[in-house]
Design a protein around this ligand. Structure first.
Ligand code: SF4
Length: 705
């Protein structure tokens, strides 16, 4: 039997997998954790362990079609290229867009980004990662000068205090959480603090749970910064040597936070609990602050990230074992898409669209004089532009925005009226695929061949277990074929994913040689990687340079950052509440999130019976006191309504849910539950810097039906 090492396609933890193929014909495969993979050392969560149940051919998209009629690949590719070219000729490049996905492999992402930003000449390519980690990106770039995760999983095991902020890691990053749990068992001194409006499974190991008022995390961290200064717990040497802007950030923190009692009142927390948190943070050198969607998915998400980073810079707790700010971003390619510039506001290889030198350099590398030099439309604005008729053609790759976007009914209407909707996916019947004029079958996880980068910057290979199903092709191949037909043959003549990875590495190292570029922040070690080396690539943490071929486990160990003066920046933070506050019409705050056993819009996880058994239908969690007041009984059906839309869900009474708040899972589609699509309810407010939607705080009402 053939055992292949590959990587889990679900969350950003990026666990290694050993897949043993038992029967090629029926796609029977035995899945085990890879005991040698540094992300998981053999562990797998429920989703990873049941991957074998999801690789059947059920609901796969097998052949290309135009307007529902099966066509051959040449016809489909010609059609897409011709329609894109015609629309660009008539309306300009800003009239087209790509909406891609953190499910894409780095090589797919690279080629999509190169076509749109390098050759079509607009940055109208955004990704569902916008909904996931774009605030974390802004936080890192503002503070460090580059989108860089400083920590690694080992830091979780070395820490003596871990704050889990807006993170239900127990369900959303299960193997990373298991490592924390194990570390706590091994080290009795390790304290865990969960800062989350909900009482979640992550609280099982918490020494302290702070059910912070929704959206008020920045106030809490401003309070910590002020407390550190007031109690002589800042690291003045580190601040003086390696940072700038401390005084302004501290002044704003002191002004906005006030006393412990004032912070507690603003955050809706008991003063004693806030005092304990401050005391623990001030007194524990080895502190890691893990933050996730509860921080990022907010109209002030970027500021919350910087409020956290400020505290680590002020205490010098970064770049050292067991300490640092650590964003837990969601998707399997948590960082790969960021490295190749898959966001509408980034270029490639961590370069910037607004920097003329970067644009010139990328243009010379790609051999194009059309490289976009201004930001494109971020996800919510992109679908607004489609709705307004400004974008006339959109190509959606490996994602299901009709379900996952906020104000999802508007997204649906936008696609219904768009001139050209192209969808490439491995799944046939998604809510978004139903609206496509052109459907292109892409390879699925068990067929794909490339790399992903997990949330600790670790690049791992996804290797194919089976040949492509039906007529499915790799995403990079589909994009390259369209690019060639659009007239860009020379630049897209790839024969393999290894060709693309090598080019990506070469771009990251191209003219990357002076103090003000990301000199030591590249993949120069892979510029000459051959096919064999690519096939055998072992998990390794970006950057991987000629000087450090084994990768870099922990960033900023020398206190040198990627800003022009190599100093980290403090950002003064003025805490802001959510944009839309509950009112008498919509008195609840609706929160959304993941379940332990489902992934995104369930196109794959719903194929595993074991996973479906966990929570078989859409539900809404509500505090029993609220439910009683509204006459809602457990297991009854309730309508949840906001100013943007509505959904139907089964009532689940949960004392861990704050009074006045609701929680719904993000997963259900119209396909699976005709009125269970949470995206329809979520407000489309975004963070002004990151464009990330405020998916955690929508004013809503609930009533029996
Ligand atoms: Fe896959 Fe994430 Fe589970 Fe690991 S923790 S097995 S990457 S879903």
């Amino acid at each position: 039997m053939n055992t292949i090492k590959t990587t889990c396609p679900y969350c950003g933890v990026g666990c290694g997998i050993e897949a043993t193929i038992e029967d090629h014909a029926t796609h029977r495969v035995c899945i085990k954790g890879d005991s040698k993979h540094p992300a998981n050392f053999g562990r797998l969560c429920s989703k990873g362990a049941t991957l074998g149940d999801t690789v059947s051919l059920e609901n796969r998209l097998f052949y290309p079609s135009i307007q529902g009629k099966q066509v051959d690949w040449a016809s489909a590719l010609d059609h897409v290229a011709e329609r894109f070219n015609n629309i660009i000729a008539q309306h300009g490049p800003e009239a087209v867009a790509f909406y891609v996905s953190g499910q894409l492999l780095t090589e797919d992402y690279y080629v999509a980004n190169k076509l749109m930003k390098g050759f079509i000449g607009t940055a109208n390519i955004d990704t569902n990662s916008r909904l996931c980690m774009s605030s974390a990106v802004v936080g890192y770039k503002r503070a460090f000068g580059a989108d860089t995760v400083p920590c690694n999983y080992e830091d979780l095991e070395l820490a003596e205090l871990i704050l889990l902020v807006g993170s239900n890691a127990a369900w959303c990053h299960p193997i990373a959480f298991q490592r924390i749990r194990k570390a706590k068992e091994t080290n009795p001194h390790l304290k865990i603090v969960v800062i989350d409006p909900r009482s979640t499974a992550s609280c099982d190991i918490a020494d302290l749970h702070l059910p912070v008022k929704p959206g008020m995390d920045a106030l809490l961290f401003n309070g910590i910064l002020a407390y550190l200064a007031q109690n002589g717990r800042i690291d003045q040497t580190y601040i003086d040597t390696h940072t700038e802007g401390f005084e302004a950030a501290l002044q704003e923190a002191v002004k906005t936070a006030g006393s412990i009692e004032q912070v507690a009142a603003g955050c809706g927390l008991p003063s004693e609990a806030v005092a304990t948190l401050f005391d623990w943070f001030a007194g524990t050198e080895k502190t890691v602050t893990v933050y996730s969607q509860g921080i990022n998915q907010s109209s002030s998400g970027s500021d919350k990230c910087n409020a956290i980073i400020n505290c680590h810079l002020a205490s010098g707790r970064i770049g050292k074992p067991g300490m640092g700010p650590f964003s837990f971003t969601g998707q399997p390619n948590a960082m790969g898409g960021r490295e190749v510039g898959g966001l509408a506001n980034t270029l490639a290889a961590h370069m910037d669209l607004e920097n003329p030198e970067h644009v010139d350099r990328v243009g010379r590398f790609w051999g194009s004089d059309k490289v976009a030099d201004k930001q494109g439309l971020k996800a919510v604005a992109m679908f607004d532009a489609i709705a307004a008729g400004q974008i006339k053609a959109v190509w959606i790759m490996a994602t299901n925005p009709v379900v996952s976007m906020p104000d999802a009914d508007k997204v649906k209407r936008a696609l219904q009226q768009c001139e050209l909707v192209v969808v490439s996916d491995c799944i046939a019947n998604t809510d978004t695929a139903k609206l496509a004029h052109v459907l292109l079958p892409a390879t699925g996880w068990s067929e794909k061949d490339g790399t992903v980068t997990n949330l600790e910057r670790r690049i791992s290979r996804q290797r194919p277990l089976f040949p492509a199903s039906g007529e499915a092709k790799h995403d990079w191949w589909i994009i390259s074929q369209v690019a060639q037909r659009m007239g860009f043959s020379d630049a897209f003549n790839y024969q393999s994913s290894a060709d693309i990875f090598r080019e990506h590495a070469a771009l990251s190292a191209f003219e990357n040689d002076d103090e003000h570029q990301l000199r030591d922040f590249n993949l120069s070690a892979f510029v000459h990687l051959d096919g064999q080396g690519y096939d055998a690539l072992q998990p390794v943490q970006w950057p991987v340079t000629n000087e450090q071929t084994a990768g870099i486990a922990r960033m900023f160990t020398d206190g040198q950052y990627y800003t022009s003066n190599r100093k980290a920046r403090f950002i003064p933070i003025t805490p802001r509440p959510p944009v839309n506050a509950p009112d008498s019409d919509y008195p609840f705050t609706l929160n959304t999130g993941r379940l332990r056993d489902q992934w995104h819009t369930m196109t794959r996880t719903s194929l595993a019976a074991k996973l479906n058994a966990h929570r078989p239908e859409p539900f809404v969690e509500i505090n029993p006191a609220d439910a009683e007041r509204l006459g809602l009984s457990a297991r009854s059906l309730a309508q949840i309504e906001s100013r943007w839309g509505s959904m139907l869900a089964r009532v689940d009474l949960n004392p861990g849910q704050q009074i006045g708040s609701l929680f719904v899972p993000m997963h259900w589609t119209e396909q699976l539950s005709s009125h269970g699509r949470m995206g329809a309810v979520v407000n489309p407010v975004v963070d002004p810097y990151s464009g990330q939607p405020e998916s955690k705080q929508t004013p809503a009402k609930i009533y029996a039906c």
